[in-house]
Ligand binder design. Structure first.
Ligand code: PLP
Length: 279
């Protein structure tokens, strides 16, 4: 089955999908994106992803070319055309094409790209064993709540993790955990699930919200608050949440074993609850 691309209103093969070198996404990273996955062929939490796309667009004064209903139609059509058992949908919206100048005209036509590719989930053995992470200073800009294309801080952190042969970089700003390079981070201590509060330092993860909702439903105390590096090392459990990682245990951070080095009971409960939701 083919990977499918949708560029500025038309479906084309991936090989024919092209944008101008004068596109401000290419020149400045002046744009936003979303990553959505399917379960059972249906996009998961589509409304929440489209609402975040709207928030990102509004924060950057970007013109939204489509209503949520129109986005939904294009996405469902892309899923139908690609016909993968499970798909990863990538939406990219840039300010459009213009001669290179940092400042922009208000009337540019935004560039829309949507791709639908086959989704390869993490293997069951990785999910069952958990992963290793390392902490890295968070050098990103002050509006990480916007899902901006400008991802250099995340790219460099993730590459540092790759070089160190660990799965994820956990980012620290002024001694507190913000999030992962591609995920949100949750820490369990004394039965309480803790994670950094929403705000400009983190992306408000769609999976984060679903998992916090699950935790509250299960009667687990939840605290959205600053978490220090020492709290991380001394945690009972650490786990990541995200569209691609789902609920993923972290069993070692900076070479230090978390508790007994195995996915903890609350992580397992929330992972099972998540699987129940999407299954
Ligand atoms: N934080 C960052 C920096 C991310 O890139 C992502 C996902 O890609 C997340 C958090 C998790 O967000 P979501 O659950 O909406 O996928």
């Amino acid at each position: 089955m083919p990977d499918v691309a949708f560029v500025n209103g038309a479906f084309v093969s991936l090989a024919d999908a092209k944008v101008s070198i004068d596109d401000r996404g290419f020149q400045f990273g002046d744009g936003i994106y979303e990553v959505i996955r399917t379960y059972g062929g249906r996009p998961f939490e589509l409304e929440a992803h489209l609402a975040r796309l709207d928030r990102s667009a509004a924060a950057l004064d970007l013109i939204q070319p489509y209503s949520p209903a129109e986005w939904t139609n294009h996405i469902l059509e892309g899923i139908r055309r690609a016909a993968y058992p499970e798909a990863k949908i990538y939406i990219q919206l840039t300010r459009g094409v213009a001669p290179r100048d940092h400042a922009y005209e208000a009337d540019l036509t935004p560039t829309v790209v949507l791709t639908v590719r086959e989704l390869h989930s993490l293997s069951r053995s990785v999910q069952a064993a958990g992963v290793e992470a390392m902490t890295i200073e968070d050098i990103r800009w002050g509006r990480c709540d916007i899902k901006s294309l400008s991802l250099l801080g995340n790219v460099l952190a993730r590459q540092q993790a790759k070089r160190a042969q660990v799965f994820e970089a956990i980012l620290l700003k002024e001694g507190s955990i913000t999030e992962g390079a591609v995920s949100n981070v949750m820490v369990v201590r004394g039965g309480t699930v803790m994670t950094a509060p929403e705000g400009p330092r983190i992306l408000s993860g769609v999976t984060r919200a679903v998992v916090l909702g699950l935790a509250r439903k299960e009667g687990l105390p939840v605290q959205e608050r600053c978490i220090a590096q020492a709290d991380l090392y001394g945690a009972d459990e650490v786990f990541l949440t995200g569209t691609t990682v789902e609920v993923l245990a972290v069993v070692r951070v900076d070479g230090k074993v978390i508790k007994d080095g195995r996915p903890g009971p609350i992580t397992q409960r929330l992972a099972a609850g998540f699987t129940g939701l999407v299954g």
